[in-house]
Design a binder for this molecule. Structure first.
Ligand SMILES: Nc1nc2c(ncn2[C@@H]2O[C@H](COP(=O)(O)OP(=O)(O)OP(=O)(O)O)[C@@H](O)[C@H]2O)c(=O)[nH]1
Ligand SMILES: O=P(O)(O)OC[C@H]1O[C@H](OP(=O)(O)OP(=O)(O)O)[C@H](O)[C@@H]1O
Ligand SMILES: O=c1cc[nH]c(=O)[nH]1
Length: 453
């Protein structure tokens, strides 16, 4: 295909409405694995609206929308004569092999040419649409969650769940007004193919969704949560790639729900403590998983051999007063009788951080240290605390720094200076404000946890 045709393709994107993009005009993007989102749901459920809302909220990211409709197989002459007998809602109506191969190329960072489907002639038509690789790829269509090969490409699966009466009335409106069909044909197609296929193929695919959005595009709250989740994943993606020593606990909607509560300015102290404690416990358990183990076989009461492991014994905690003290209970609950030292660092979140007080186990140099501080902001407190541990003879590789939220600035500071320690956190935030507060953050952790604000 020549460059003229490619120009025509780019200009044709809007007309065919099969591919949209947010500034994904760069073919020279350095390749990184894009975040793939699948958006399924019955006909006229509002999938397109949901996708457009996600795209508009992710304005600063390169996003491309691929529509499953683009992969409708062309009808042959015979089928065209009896188009009213053709089931456009059956999985076989789509060229899924081509869809998978196009998606795989996009995932590898290669541009692809995607077919355009003409609803009037019911054929795949020229020109093809050129789609460039992007940070986020949204794949939308009634059956994108049906086939496991397509599902396996996705990092996040969404099902738009809209009442079937609402969908039918929208479909009648759309097909009569936008597609020039008569109402009787629309109703016949709906009763004969659309509804049965929805029940047989689309509705059962709902169980594969990570997120079900009731009421489609009207559900601003669900869309905000999804966008936040994607942002977090994109941010983490880069930092985790740059620094292999940063570990973010596996995000689930249960965890995001806890973060939603602790970050909410309206959350009471009681609830803040409850949900912060739950998150802290998860971070502590995850952090312990990075300690070395030795193998040990044991015999179970059934007389069988269990090839087990023994926990590492030489460890201690060190909390950064005062917020870090909130993490001591979780550590004690996981490691019976663990020694916990303390460090007090004072000053603003700039270079003026000073070490005020320390009380550490005398034999700390021979121990693995779990450093506890729920917030990593500029990283200046962490640098002071870690430098003190190193000056006491603790090996950098033996330090695991546990926190709830980490700003990219703090991660850069700590990971550049101490590339051999590990940071375990539950979420990476977007940035720091002028006052060294984490954004979106959770405010002053110590004040909220200990009720001093
Ligand atoms: N009559 C007719 N219907 C077709 C044809 N090709 C596709 N369809 C219908 O197009 C539908 C797929 O698109 P929808 O999910 O309704 O469209 P959408 O715009 O993505 O929907 P929302 O964004 O969720 O509102 C299927 O239900 C098919 O029945 C065709 O050539 N003729
Ligand atoms: O990465 P930095 O910019 O150094 O900021 C992080 C520090 O800020 C918080 O403590 P804070 O000073 O608010 O004290 P507190 O724990 O007593 O509330 C937090 O617990 C860290 O220790
Ligand atoms: O946002 C921030 C920054 C530092 N310390 C906190 O508790 N919160």
């Amino acid at each position: 295909m020549d460059s003229e045709t490619i120009g025509a393709i780019s200009n044709g994107i809007k007309d065919h409405l099969s591919v949209q993009s947010n500034g994904s005009d760069s073919t020279s993007l350095s390749h990184r694995q894009p975040f793939v989102i699948g958006v399924a749901g019955g006909t006229a459920s509002g999938k397109t609206t949901v996708c457009n809302m996600i795209i508009s909220q992710l304005r600063d990211q390169r996003v491309v929308l691929v529509n499953q409709d683009s992969f409708y197989r062309s009808l042959n002459e015979e089928q065209l004569k009896k188009a009213h007998e053709y089931n456009f809602d059956h999985p076989d109506a789509f060229n899924t092999e081509l869809l998978v191969s196009c998606m795989e190329k996009l995932q590898k960072g290669q541009p692809v040419r995607i077919p355009s489907y003409d609803f009037k002639s019911r054929r795949s038509i020229e020109p093809l649409c050129l789609v460039n690789p992007s940070d986020v790829i949204i794949l939308e269509g009634i059956l994108v969650l049906h086939d496991s090969k397509v599902r396996n490409l996705m990092n996040m699966k969404i099902f738009v769940d809209t009442d079937s009466d609402v969908r039918l009335s929208r479909r009648i409106q759309r097909d009569t007004v936008e597609r020039g069909r008569n109402i009787q044909n629309v109703l016949d197609q709906y009763a004969r193919f659309v509804k049965p296929s929805f029940e047989e193929f689309i509705l059962p695919s709902k169980k594969f969704a990570d997120v079900i959005i009731p009421r489609g595009g009207d559900n601003d709250v669900a869309i905000d949560l999804i966008v936040q989740h994607i942002r977090t994943k994109l941010g983490q993606h880069d930092l985790c790639k740059i620094y292999p020593n940063i570990f973010v606990i596996f995000s689930t909607f249960q965890i995001r729900g806890m973060h939603t509560l602790v970050r909410d300015v309206k959350t009471t102290k009681h609830d803040f403590v409850f949900y912060a404690d739950r998150l802290i416990r998860l971070v502590v358990e995850h952090g312990l998983g990075h300690l070395p183990f030795t193998e040990k076989q044991i015999i179970t009461p059934t007389g069988s051999v269990y090839p087990g492991v023994v926990f590492c014994k030489r460890l201690c905690g060190v909390s950064v007063i005062r917020s870090g003290e909130s993490m001591e209970n979780a550590l004690r609950a996981c490691c019976k009788g663990i020694k916990i030292g303390k460090i007090l660092i004072h000053g603003d979140g700039n270079n003026g951080r000073q070490l005020i007080y320390e009380k550490l186990p005398a034999d700390i140099s021979s121990r693995h240290v779990l450093l506890l501080d729920p917030v990593l902001a500029s990283g200046n407190s962490a640098v002071k605390a870690i430098s003190l541990l190193l000056s006491k003879g603790v090996q950098e590789t033996n330090i695991i720094f546990l926190n709830l939220i980490a700003a990219p600035e703090g991660i850069h500071t700590v990971c550049r200076k101490f590339p051999k320690l590990k940071i375990v956190t539950s979420e990476i935030d977007s940035s720091l404000d002028r006052n060294f507060g984490v954004i979106p953050g959770m405010g002053e952790f110590g004040d909220r946890y200990f009720g001093t604000d």
